[in-house]
Design a protein around this ligand. Sequence first.
Ligand code: 5GP
Length: 114
Amino acid sequence: MGDTIFGKIIRREIPADIVYEDDDVLAFRDLNPQAPVHVLFVPRKAIATLDAASAEDAELLGKLLLAAASYARQEGLAEKGYRTVVNCNEHGGQTVFHLHVHLLGGRPMHWPPG
Ligand code: 5GP
């Protein structure tokens, strides 16, 4: 699998506004935020898409979501709510091929998404 811009952020080769990290997960602010809070949660392990994840990644996928939920709670977003999104491949609108969870909050979200 090829390297991505998120791989470079994980390895600190390019800067990012990192808001959370642990042994498995890194979270940083999206460069082009779509809401007052827009943070990307990425696994340190380079998995290209949700479609490329396997059963051995189950715990890691859970950690990504729990890290997003914990951050949302910490930022005071939980009571009003927020949205988590995983875009997969072309029709999903994925542009960076290193699996990531978007956390969007701080405004009401609409449904269906575009
Ligand atoms: P996707 O479209 O793949 O679901 O989401 C990729 C996200 O990464 C987009 O929201 C885009 O704004 C963000 N992004 C792309 N390049 C960079 C970058 O270099 N730094 C940061 N912080 N975000 C980026």
